[in-house]
Design a protein around this ligand. Structure first.
Ligand code: GLC
Ligand code: MN
Length: 431
């Protein structure tokens, strides 16, 4: 046991408590036929909570953590503290990148050995902890070797390095019983078209992804492969721009039945979409997988990775998720970091606790809207004309037949209100 969270007791559901507690997140409460914990499937992100030093573009480290350093002893202490926080929060899942958990070695082999030693420690801890692995992933964007991309790099040796790294991370994810494996195309994109062979890079990306899928089947990994879309940052143009773009690429590579998406709220906003739009589209295309529940600052326009704190927004996201049948292997990952002035261990726990409460409120509101048929009844009414057999027949008909019918029957379509404000008022009664 470290003493990092020494003064902080394990959190419980205690709506009237004074200090740190859950006011809305009650893991055992039933929501639409499942325990709340099993609906929300919360995960903590190792990188922001334990590896991020608090820097911004104008200044470096603000956090002073006893495990900051590049020795294996630091990495072991970090693992202890991480599992202590998972336990305090009672979260069912966590997520990590290779570089979050181990020091970089002098060679690939040394980094691999460092990584595997910590993965062994995780495996041992997970024998007694309730926290499981939602997803593993590889960081193919921080080290300078990846500055021109990973799978899309002009240098084939970087492609090779990336392949070896993903293999290693998939092996670890499989070993730890991870439910998904995530690929976020960190620097898969370009800074300028002047030096970029876009067509070649897209082909490389497709081949790489096919290899990942092949390897998943080879090792019998039962989890889901997920791509996390993002439109810009770090590169000027990211190839996995948004859900629609990822789907187009998957179709082109023939992988649309093999790969799903991990949708991040902040990335959706950067792409000019709402979070619920991206989730609804992924459900419509049959590729919804998981979410990263962290928002951006609407004024600054950066990817600020803040903990969620807007119940109405979160409610609309969970509405689409519940409407689509809820999570399968996915979950709610807090890919969120503290603000850099939030120095204390208590800040880290409070940030997660508050975010879990916000999500719980959003989930409950979403479930009530569905159970009351509050939005689905008016939606069905809006499309009810399509229940007419003649309307259905039109969908398998042709332009000439339809055109003839318009004149023969003297059709005269009458516009009807879309009732947007009335529906917004309905939502407002629930959130
Ligand atoms: C990086 C990205 C984050 C993504 C994660 C996993 O940390 O910033 O959005 O979820 O990698 O690939
Ligand atoms: Mn993310």
């Amino acid at each position: 046991m470290s003493d990092f969270f020494a003064d902080i007791p394990k959190l419980t559901y205690a709506p009237d408590a004074e200090g740190l507690a859950f006011r809305h997140y009650n893991p055992d409460e039933m929501v639409m036929g499942k325990r709340m914990e099993d609906q929300l499937r919360f995960a903590c992100a190792y990188w922001h909570s334990f590896a991020w030093p608090g820097g911004d573009p104008f200044g470096g480290q603000t956090f002073d953590r006893p495990w900051f350093g590049d020795t294996m002893a630091d990495a072991r202490l970090k693992a202890d503290v991480a599992f202590e926080m998972f336990d305090l929060l009672g979260v069912p899942f966590f997520c990590f990148h290779d570089v979050d958990i181990r020091p970089e070695g002098e060679s690939f082999a040394e980094s691999r050995r460092n990584f595997e030693e910590i993965v062994d420690i995780f495996a041992a801890k997970m024998e007694t902890s309730k926290t499981r692995l939602l997803w593993g992933t590889a960081n193919l964007f921080s080290n300078r070797r990846f500055m021109s991309g990973a799978a899309t790099n002009p240098d084939p040796d970087v492609f090779a390095w990336s392949a070896a790294t993903v293999k290693l991370c998939m092996d670890a994810t499989h070993r730890l019983g991870g439910e998904n494996y995530v690929l976020w195309g960190g620097r898969e994109g370009y800074e300028t078209l002047l030096n970029t062979d876009l067509s070649r890079e897209l082909d490389q990306m497709g081949r790489f992804l096919s290899m990942v899928v092949d390897y998943k089947h080879k090792i019998g990994f039962p989890g889901t492969i997920l791509i996390e879309p993002k439109p810009q940052e770090p590169t000027k143009h990211q190839y996995d721009y948004d859900v629609a773009t990822v789907y187009g690429n998957l179709k082109r590579f023939g992988l649309e039945n093999e790969v799903k998406v991990n949708i991040e709220q902040g990335h959706a906003i950067l792409a000019g979409h709402s979070f619920e739009h991206e989730i609804a589209l992924a459900n419509a295309l049959g590729v919804f997988g998981s979410i990263d529940m962290n928002r951006n600052d609407y004024q600054s326009g950066w990817d600020t990775d803040q903990f969620p704190n807007n119940v109405p927004e979160v409610a609309l996201a969970y509405y689409e998720i519940l409407k689509g049948g809820g999570f399968g292997t996915g979950g709610t990952n807090f890919d969120a970091k503290l603000r850099r002035q939030s120095l204390d261990p208590e800040d880290l726990v409070a940030a997660h606790a508050g975010a879990m409460d916000v999500c719980a409120r959003g989930l409950k509101a979403a479930a009530r809207m569905l159970e009351d048929d509050a939005l689905e009844a008016p939606r069905r009414a809006r499309y009810s004309g399509w229940e007419d057999p003649q309307a259905q027949a039109m969908l398998t008909s042709d332009l000439e037949t339809i055109a003839a019918r318009v004149e023969a029957e003297g059709l005269d379509p009458q516009p009807r209100s879309g009732r947007q404000e009335i529906l917004e008022n309905v939502v407002n009664r629930y959130v």
